[in-house]
Design a protein around this ligand. Sequence first.
Ligand SMILES: Cc1cc2nc3c(=O)[nH]c(=O)nc-3n(C[C@H](O)[C@H](O)[C@H](O)COP(=O)(O)O)c2cc1C
Length: 439
Amino acid sequence: MADVQTTGRPSRRRAIRNLATLIAGSPLLSLVDAGGNPVEAAQTAPGGQGGGRQGGGQPRGDRPPVITLPVYRDEIMKVINLHEFEDAAKKALSVAAYDYVAAGAGDELTLKANREAFGHYWVRRKIMVDTSKVDTSFELFGKTYDHPILLGPGGGKNIIAADGERLSALAAKKTKAIMVGGQVPMLADMGKKGEAPVWWGATLGEATQQQAVDFAKRSEDAGASALCITVDYPYTSARDRPSRDQWDPEWARTHVYGTSEFRIGFQAGMLDPYTPNLTWEWMKWVRPVTKLPIVMKGILTAEDAKLAVDNGVSAIIVSNHGARTLDGMGGTLDALSEVVEAVNGRVPVLVDGGIRRGGDVIKALALGARAILIGRPFLWGLAAFGQDGVQRVVELLQGELRIALGLSGAGTVKAVDKSFIRPAWKPYNRAMMSGSASR
Ligand SMILES: Cc1cc2nc3c(=O)[nH]c(=O)nc-3n(C[C@H](O)[C@H](O)[C@H](O)COP(=O)(O)O)c2cc1C
């Protein structure tokens, strides 16, 4: 688990850290530049928790404390950004399981577009602003949360990690992340033991009024604080990677691969209905029977955003399902402004798709998002390292968000507005957006 090392013998890494702390704190060591000023690298000892000494032995004065992230076992700490969790998960998973999570639909044009969209905007940083109080908190439905990073709904947690649903929920609780979706009886049970995170019931829609009402009531009774309906899944899509792996739709239930006598999932050219008859009627069925806010996930256009608000949704998530449905749609960040404008402040707008860095979060907030969701990154964390992996993913992203808030001049999530963003002069290239620049 996080925060503590349980072995009696200090690890080599711990020993190096201790030595570094000793050296950095030593008055004998004065790291200065050519002009005699303390250099940045000596500002804090690795792992220091505030009250450290500036290079040159100067006390930190009234500067705020250093914020470091919780420490996990070495193999987790070596993973230093969200991109790298994918590599770690790939090593831990079977080809079929990795492909299931990683794949987008078709040529994966939309999958790439989700990531590339972050290269279409650049941050406008402001200087000489007091950002000594960095604050990642945000408000939604009248409540304040620690940070605006939500865990998106994601099926298959139990096949990428034993007990993955529960471990994800425990990690959400620990990192104070809102979790969207999850197994309702399990979450009800966890709620009774005080182990459940703040969570929203999630559905891809129901075919009948009775089923829709049952979903709402079941979730509300089990302790959900909102309902999320994903509206972008009338049919499953063709996904080449799972199709090639002969994806077994029964795997999640049986935990044995290749036993399905039924059919191969996501196979080339197959039209597989899921909720083709889902319409605005769903809102008419569910809105009157629950007091919970209803969040609609999967909206990408101004027309649909207006209809959603007119039909009584309490928030919208701009999402293309992590590019797992219709290939050929643009990146979600590029659709965000259109939706935010159409909604015109009537309900909060959230966004997901390709968010991997604290700077990405700032861009989403600046374009009008209230908060963001991540999908694959936390699933990679889960697959590679279980609960700790999910926690590290959320903590890293929150940590990077703090840095971006501190450096951009915004300081707080609430202060980020459109003055912090501009269209890119020149888009980043694809290699940079996939994180290869960091390896
Ligand atoms: C393996 C997997 C399963 C998913 N299952 C669902 C789901 O059941 N319902 C849903 O609304 N979205 C689902 N999503 C989409 C995510 O909630 C989220 O919108 C998307 O992953 C965000 O993009 P990102 O993966 O680039 O962060 C799934 C995504 C993945 C990767």
